[in-house]
Design a protein around this ligand. Structure first.
Ligand code: GLU
Length: 425
């Protein structure tokens, strides 16, 4: 079963937007959030739906629906990725934008939350079709984006090259180069060193921080990773290199298991030829659903939303779940996991490495002064470890889960900004 099929069949009735709202409402009540601020935060500031027509290689025209949502910009410009996936829809993008708001606030970076996407299966299109589609989409969302307004970045199925096309389209309209309009660009046009691996690196720091707080050494741990894309693939390599036993990985086609630990280099070699991890030598085949229920120390969902739900939460055997994907655990499933004593490092903390280095990239573009990869990685580590310490000590002080503590801190900082600025007019 593919991750997407799994998502559709297992998520039941709780959508990503339901999850995001339930998480907000829960902490709003706990923290006694001002009702007016709560009401403001329950809906996005603005949402744009666009039609994206573009020419196919055979000369025909194709039209898809695209979205850009700003959830909140009280702390700074809107920030968040653009995803290309057939399941993209307004409610999903609203949820992802809301999570970006909390993520930036928890990391302490001066951005609000945004997200965008096109409901498209990019595998059905050639690179030149994707370029025309991207440039048209960028033109349609032009009124919303800009270095001081909204700065898109890569997300699911979008990459450095797609960011270059957005940067170029925006720059051609401005009449001069505007590198600060997107992050996750190639270094040649103002990208940051270390950006491409930043989300994975950040997740690794969070796994290690969690292990330290549980008194476990990293060589002792077994890890299963669902999703072998930009985040999961590099993360498998990083964790393997750090001495962890990565026992299972998967992509949309299926998964691999090896008790003694997988060899990411051999898997990457196989994937380059076969286009999937499935069939890599010396490992057993498992399904995505089986991977989520493996007996391991750390489970890392690094694919899509809603993969751990009320239907499978009581079968998860991992001790710790570190959310590399956005929204992989539904609100109801999170409660079950908590009752069962599973520690969850929430997405809005665990995967904030990507947007943190996006912030570094934006700062470097504005200052036209670029940092070494070592500087980027050191500062990333500092910000993420500080965020983990803030969240875990607050969780302990108030007897909260890490998710509740992270959400409380994020909502609290956004609320403080609202109350400080006051309500216009
Ligand atoms: N798409 C990434 C996320 O969900 C990164 C966003 C960014 O760098 O702006 O956090």
């Amino acid at each position: 079963m593919s991750v997407t099929e799994h998502d559709r069949t297992a998520a039941g009735s709780e959508t990503a937007w339901d999850t995001a709202l339930a998480q907000l409402d829960e902490v709003a009540e706990m923290m006694g959030l001002a009702p007016g601020v709560h009401e403001i935060l329950r809906s996005p500031k603005r949402a744009l739906i666009v039609s994206v027509p573009f020419r196919m290689d055979d000369g025909s025209t194709r039209v898809y629906e695209g979205y850009r949502v700003h959830h909140n910009v009280t702390r700074g410009p809107a920030k968040g990725g653009i995803r290309y996936h057939p399941d993209v829809g307004l409610d999903e993008v609203k949820a992802l934008a809301m999570w970006m708001t909390w993520k930036c606030a928890i990391a302490g970076i001066p951005f609000g939350g945004a997200k965008g996407g096109i409901a498209v299966d990019p595998r059905q299109h050639s690179r030149s079709e994707l370029e025309r589609m991207t440039r048209r989409f960028a033109s349609e969302i032009l009124p919303l984006i800009g270095p001081e307004r909204d700065i898109p970045a890569p997300d699911m199925n979008t990459d450095e090259e797609i960011m270059s096309w957005i940067m170029d389209t925006y720059s051609m309209n401005s009449g001069y180069s505007v590198p600060g309009v997107v992050t996750g660009k190639p270094v040649a046009i103002g990208g940051s060193r270390g950006r491409s691996g930043a989300t994975s690196r950040g997740v690794m720091y969070m796994v290690f921080a969690m292990m330290r707080s549980l008194g476990l050494g990293i060589e002792e741990i077994s890890v299963a990773i669902q999703g072998y894309g930009k985040v999961g693939g590099f993360l498998a390599q990083l964790l393997h290199d750090a001495g962890c036993r990565v026992v299972a990985i998967s992509d949309v086609e299926g998964g691999l298991y090896r008790e003694r630990g997988l060899d990411p280099e051999a898997i990457n070699r196989h994937k380059r030829e076969a286009g999937t991890v499935v069939g890599a030598p010396d490992c057993d085949a498992i399904t995505n659903a089986e991977l989520l229920e493996l007996d391991c120390d750390v489970l890392i969902p690094a694919a899509v939303e809603g993969v751990i739900t009320v239907k499978n939460a009581d079968r998860v055997r991992a001790r710790v779940i570190c959310e590399a994907a956005n929204g992989p655990i539904t609100f109801e499933a999170d409660k079950i996991l908590n009752e069962r004593g599973v520690y969850v490092v929430p997405d809005i903390l665990a995967n904030s490495g990507g947007v943190t280095v996006s912030y570094f990239e934006w700062v470097q573009d504005i200052q036209a002064y670029f940092w070494s990869e070592e500087e980027v990685n050191d500062r990333l580590r500092m910000i993420m470890e500080r965020a983990f310490d803030d969240v875990s000590s607050f969780a302990e002080e108030k007897n909260l889960t890490l998710r509740q503590a992270a959400q409380w801190i994020g909502v609290g900082r956004v609320s403080e900004a609202h109350l400080t600025r006051g309500l216009f007019p």
